[in-house]
Design a protein around this ligand. Structure first.
Ligand SMILES: *Cc1c(COP(=O)(O)O)cnc(C)c1O
Length: 361
């Protein structure tokens, strides 16, 4: 079978990025590999990150952590989206660290056969995960039933380093940590920073940083700087086939709803990817690159395909490959801007119909 689209993953770029981030942080590094490693492939990325010096792996779901263990990965793994009612015994069996955000989950974990490894998550101002209203009551728990490995929280606005909310979150973090220590619990691993904080707020690195997007070579926010400015190399290059190339006259309405009409006689390419593969349907002013030349999207993105304007002089032929995004031409940031989104969403939404091809560099 022939591929019509491929996501090429440059594992050497991931290694370089991990090394750079570890150096920047000067602490332990947890490589965030949730959501199939932001669409880059859970196992390949995890192995690469660990070889490059990552100390921990972090995932959202218990299932993701189990997949890593079943693949033989022995590094410490933290899963932080494990609600009450989950199979905590399975986590304990596989030596997976679990984030605790509620008394209900803590009580279930406390009843296990054996001491589970937990990280206490506190809500320092993002108002999402972590203890908030139950905190004082939680402090009266019997902590001898578990092994408290970590204490952590998550920044809401680390990509806007000047925002006061960041400093408020640090203050709250320190206050809650003191309260925990006052009841005799001293978690050895303290962590707060995501990629943006790792790059912009050295003081918050504590004993470990949790880096996701930057490890994949993408900037946490283009307002902070480009990938390049941080010395990061984007790891994913998305390529697709032109399943058809044809010449059309000026005045041709293109695609569903005829939202665009050709303004000149031109050569159009039909790219063999669509919104079912994660190409945003609302994308405007992004496109592909053929032979170094940009070909913008024309008309609406369909489920399995979209049309680009190659220009009247293009030598592209049916069956040629184009680059949708990568290091050259359009970037994941360009696609994000074109679809009112962020690079995180662009890479994580690339669907399972697109095979990942690993370049070991
Ligand atoms: C996703 C996530 C991260 C990584 O964030 P990046 O911005 O990709 O570095 C870190 N910590 C938690 C709790 C997360 O959910």
């Amino acid at each position: 079978m022939q591929n019509r689209a491929e996501a090429h993953i440059n594992l050497q770029a991931i290694s370089r990025n991990v090394e750079r981030l570890k150096k920047t942080a000067g602490t332990d590094l947890l490589a965030v590999v949730k959501a199939d490693a932001y669409g880059h492939g859970l196992l390949e990325v995890s192995k690469t990150a660990l070889l490059a010096g990552a100390d921990w792996l972090g995932v959202a779901l218990l299932e993701e952590a189990i997949t890593l263990r079943k693949a033989g990965i022995t590094a410490p793994i933290l899963a932080w989206l494990v609600p009450p009612g989950s199979d905590f015994q399975l986590a304990l069996t596989h030596s997976i660290d679990i984030a605790i955000s509620s008394i209900e989950a803590f009580e279930q974990i406390s009843k296990l056969n054996g001491k589970a490894r937990v990280h206490i998550e506190v809500d320092t101002g993002m108002t999402r995960g972590g203890f908030l209203d139950e905190w004082q009551e939680f402090l009266r728990s019997d902590f001898s039933t578990v092994e408290v490995v970590g204490f952590f929280s998550h920044f809401a606005r680390a990509d806007e380093p000047k925002e006061k909310q960041n400093r408020d979150q640090v203050t709250r973090f320190n206050a809650m940590l003191l309260e925990l220590e006052a009841v005799g619990v001293r978690p050895p691993v303290k962590h707060l920073s995501n990629s943006a904080a790792t790059l912009a707020d050295h003081a918050s690195a504590l004993s470990m940083v949790r880096t996701g997007i930057a490890m994949y070579g993408l900037t946490p926010d283009t307002r902070m700087g480009s990938s390049d400015s941080f010395g990061l190399v984007p790891a994913m290059t998305l390529r697709a086939k032109l399943h058809l190339v044809k010449n059309v006259p000026a005045g041709s309405p293109v695609g569903y709803g005829a939202t665009e009409v050709t303004t000149r006689d031109t050569r159009l390419g039909v790219v063999a990817m669509g919104y079912a593969d994660g190409i945003p349907r609302i994308a405007r002013n992004a496109g592909v690159v053929f032979d170094g030349v940009r070909a913008p999207i024309i008309g609406r993105v369909s489920m399995d395909q979209f049309v680009v304007d190659l220009g009247p002089e293009s030598s592209a032929q049916s069956g040629d490959w184009v680059t949708v995004f990568g290091v050259d031409g359009y970037t994941a940031d360009d696609w994000a801007l074109a679809s009112q989104s962020v690079n995180y969403e662009i890479v994580t939404r690339i669907g399972p119909r697109v095979p990942r091809i690993y370049d070991h560099g």
